[in-house]
Design a protein around this ligand. Structure first.
Ligand code: S3P
Length: 432
């Protein structure tokens, strides 16, 4: 589906963005691993998180949908059932990387994970390596890609250093560690989102963080009281960008998750002198269980270019393409470095954003690990191909609203992966 976004006059009003995708995936998986039924409030009903519900059902969990609320009765940590056929993860990279952590601990059981055409290009070797060290047997196509076969075993506790900061890989090892034979430690080169750690802490697991290392002690069971999913800061980021870029805009976004490990983008926008008010969580060094929320008050204003380096990258990973868009409107240069991970997301997001924005009139260069944009006072407009990637589709829509001539987005339906009502929300904020 192709959709044209005309230049907007101003965006105004208030809105609750959809529930957090990362937290929804984790809530469904941990609830399936828990011993008692778990109530999940405001679960995200979008394509990716529906794949997760279907996956845990295939493993024996009961899922009852009651409007905005879900009740999941899991199978327990070590009693997932062997499904009849492959588990279909659809387009969900987070499901593909997290679930094998649990499956690896199902002693003697075999599972296959597969998904759509794009998921078959997403590497899984980073989870295969630590899970093999823990004692599970895994096979991936060409050693790297789905379909992924997992044969569970009695797992050994390990100490493991990730080469690249990745919350998905870290979470996979932490889930496997719950059923291992001692305490497992995972280290990463830079901090990444910590929703798994927070949820495990709330589920009664002995887990602690020491700088960039997390240690989790094996557990007999998970007891999760209930999960309330905050608004997704990554979905909110598209509206923040629209509010900051379109002259005259003023938006109030309600109940957005402001966990420090997810608000890198908002901190960078503030550094660019963008106006985003909100009570963002401060980093304290302590691992906490809570997922804080805040309203975000966004207003249009002039921007300055900035430099984003490797340490900041995992804290803003899904929003980095949006910084390229903001950079087109900012004074001076906006540079992102150390972000080679963007090449293995739902699409190659370095190529996608650089080709896409250049086609709309931007002055932008790709690097192996990022991009550099020279602000040119705005964007002309044109056509942007989302390449099947939800975040690229939403970026194209925002570019259209802020452009001089409008943007046609090829493949706007991809947005349904994380934000099904995105176009309708934009129309409402534009007064349509
Ligand atoms: C996610 C982690 C990030 C992010 C993805 C969701 C998660 O991936 O890009 O959209 O929920 O853990 P990596 O951990 O591979 O960087």
């Amino acid at each position: 589906m192709n959709v044209r976004f005309e230049p907007a006059r101003a965006l105004s009003g208030e809105l609750r963005v959809p529930a957090d995708k990362s937290i929804s995936h984790r809530a469904a998986i941990l609830a399936a691993m828990a011993s008692e039924p778990v109530r999940i409030e405001r679960y995200l009903h979008a394509a990716d998180t529906t794949s997760t519900l279907n996956a845990v059902r295939a493993l024996g969990a009961l899922v009852e949908v009651r409007g905005d609320e879900l009740v999941v009765r899991g199978t327990g940590l070590r009693d997932a059932g062997e499904p009849d056929g492959p588990i279909d993860v659809g387009n969900a990279g987070t499901l593909l990387r997290l679930l094998p952590g649990w499956l690896a601990a199902q002693d003697g059981c075999s599972f296959t994970l597969d998904g759509d055409e794009s998921i078959r290009r997403r590497p899984v070797d980073r989870i295969v390596e630590p899970l093999r060290q823990m004692g599970a047997e895994l096979h991936a196509s060409e050693g790297r890609f789905p379909p992924l076969q997992v044969r569970g075993a009695r797992l050994r506790a390990i100490s493991y250093e990730l080469d690249v900061a990745s919350a998905q890989v870290k979470s996979c090892v932490l889930l496997a560690a719950l059923a291992a034979d001692g305490a497992t430690t995972v280290g990463e080169p830079a901090r990444s989102r910590d929703h798994t750690e927070r949820m495990l802490l709330r589920a009664g697991v002995a887990i602690h963080r020491n700088g960039r290392r997390v240690t989790v002690v094996n557990a007999d069971e998970l007891l999760l009281d209930g999960v309330s999913v905050p608004g997704d800061p990554s979905s909110a980021a598209f509206l923040v960008a629209a509010g900051v870029l379109v002259p005259g805009s003023r938006l109030l976004l309600r109940d957005v998750g402001v966990n420090w490990t997810r608000t890198g983008f908002l901190r960078i926008v503030r550094r660019m002198r963008g106006i985003v008010l909100g009570d963002l969580e401060q980093e304290t060094g302590e691992l906490v269980g809570e997922e804080p929320v805040s309203d975000l008050d966004v207003a249009h204003g002039a921007l300055e270019g900035t430099l984003v380096e490797a340490d900041e990258v995992p804290l803003a990973i899904d929003e980095l393409p949006l910084l390229a868009l903001l950079g087109c409107f900012a004074e001076g240069e906006t540079v992102v470095q150390g972000a080679q991970e963007l090449r293995v997301k739902e699409s190659d997001r370095i190529a996608g954003v650089v080709d896409g924005l250049r086609g709309l009139g931007a002055d932008v260069e790709a690097a192996d690990d990022g991009f550099a944009v020279r602000g040119s006072g705005g964007l002309r407009g044109g056509v942007l191909d989302a390449r099947g990637d939800h975040r690229m589709a939403m970026l194209g829509a925002v570019a259209g609203l802020a452009s001089r001539e409008g943007v046609e987005v090829i493949g706007m339906d991809a947005a349904a992966v994380s934000y099904p009502g995105f176009v309708a929300d934009l129309e409402r904020l534009c007064g349509g």
